[in-house]
Design a protein around this ligand. Structure first.
Ligand SMILES: [Zn+2]
Length: 433
């Protein structure tokens, strides 16, 4: 079997990997590097003719670094017509995230998105599907509907997409113990020092810090991705406010998060059973809590007039309403900026976490005087989680490490010594037997 890395190798972003075995073929994900400035850095390096030659596409989950190139690929001019397999929540979230990306980037048209969705076919976890090359999705624990992709056949290949082995508020941890000779594994937190604290301790830290801020009279801004992290954070806030552990201030939800909540609500089959039970049977719907509010004005003056907890996109402060809030709160030493997700190199979020206290937002220099804290609510495995995932994969011989910063990839390779470990570069193709 040939494995071609078109993107996401030696970098975080634009995942796109091709598998080919004789006449059978499968493309895994088709993402963009959202932060990249040039098309060459943004898009996967897949020639149109190569893209057209794949019989089918499997999408691990709906984040843009796994789906953002699909509309370009399926635009009328390129004649791509392969079926795109994904779980139902992934399909729903794709439609939301691609529409938002279209509005922000103008790189393709709403019709291109419609075309992509027209080629999508829903697939359940554990259901074997495929034309010539058979595959199945298995829960990867990262966001609602996210799947590991297991390729069946002479060569069994397991592709992790993004994977999390910690139980979260909403999702079961990833499926472990599958059989595969070849593992293509993400390495976002693969560095030797990347170790997640137990979730319970992180949640306690977050709640204590928010409550301290509220007692001081400050507000709290939590920049968050619309899909995944936001729902986890809202669940945590709702639970602690209802129990009285958090002072009762309004929780404002801004950006695309509300639309994503709706999709989560409609696809609870993919959430943990206790979440499903709670929403369907107890009459308490944490997605529609009385504590949640929506800003009423474009200027967000109504939100900024009072003490509040604000959960808003974008997660890395690259845009979105989070900018308006940060500009307003940046001067206030009593307020708190609470990061809950991964911050890519080069983003304002990363610069602030790395200690810079002046950043440029919408062309305006902003001094950061509010308190800054980071809470590790990551939806990715840490170093030991990734090592464990490899060790519990039955019959494993070789590992390709992707979707990571270079030093982290090397450190993870060193920890996986007993396997044949490769760190591919984007553009490379390997043959496995
Ligand atoms: Zn992801």
């Amino acid at each position: 079997m040939e494995i071609a890395f078109y993107g996401g190798a030696g970098e975080v972003g634009r995942n796109c990997i091709g598998l080919r075995d004789g006449r059978a073929s499968l493309l895994l994900d088709c993402g963009v590097n959202v932060g990249a400035e040039t098309p060459a850095a943004r898009n996967p390096e897949i020639p149109d003719a190569d893209a057209r030659s794949y019989a089918q596409i499997a999408i691990s989950h709906a984040h843009l670094d796994h789906i953002g190139y699909l509309p370009t690929l399926y635009s009328r001019a390129k004649h791509c017509r392969a079926p795109i397999y994904a779980t139902k929540p992934t399909m729903d979230l794709m439609s939301l995230l691609l529409a938002d990306y279209q509005r922000l980037s103008n790189l393709f048209t709403p019709d291109d998105i419609k075309r992509v969705l027209g080629f999508c076919r829903p697939l359940h976890f554990n259901q074997i599907q495929g034309q010539d090359m058979k595959f199945s999705f298995h829960n990867s624990g990262h966001i609602l509907g996210s799947g590991l992709v297991l390729v069946h056949g002479r060569q069994r290949v397991l592709y992790t997409g993004d994977v999390n082995n910690r139980v979260s508020r909403l999702l079961e941890p990833c499926h472990q113990g599958l059989r595969a000779e070849t593992l293509i594994m993400e390495s976002t937190y693969g560095g030797a020092k990347d170790s997640h604290k137990p979730l319970k301790d992180v949640v306690k830290d977050l709640i204590d810090s928010i409550e301290t801020t509220l007692i001081k009279g400050g507000s709290v801004l939590i920049p968050s991705f619309a899909v995944g992290r936001a729902q986890e954070v809202l669940f945590i806030l709702e639970q602690h406010m209802t129990s009285g552990a958090l002072s009762p201030v309004p929780i404002f939800v801004d950006g695309m998060i509300l639309k994503a909540n709706k999709i989560y609500r409609q696809n609870l089959d993919f959430a943990k059973p206790e979440v499903r039970r709670r929403v369907l049977h107890s009459g308490q719907d944490p997605f529609q809590s009385r504590h949640f509010h929506v800003p009423k004005t474009r200027s967000r003056a109504d939100v900024l007039n009072e003490q509040a907890i604000i959960v808003s996109t974008s997660g890395m402060l690259t845009g979105g309403p989070a900018h308006i809030y940060l500009k307003a709160l940046a001067k206030d030493r009593n307020s708190l900026l609470a990061f809950v997700g991964y911050q890519s190199e080069g983003t304002p979020g990363r610069r602030i976490i790395d200690g810079e206290r002046e950043v440029e937002l919408d062309g305006e220099k902003v001094k950061i005087n509010l308190e800054v804290k980071k809470f590790d609510l990551s939806a990715h495995c840490d170093h030991s989680g990734l090592v464990q995932l490899a060790r519990t994969t039955k019959g494993l011989k070789r590992v390709f490490l992707i979707h990571g910063e270079k030093p982290k990839l090397a450190e993870l390779r060193d920890a996986l010594g007993k396997y044949d470990v490769r760190i591919p570069k984007t553009g490379e193709t390997f043959t496995v037997r």
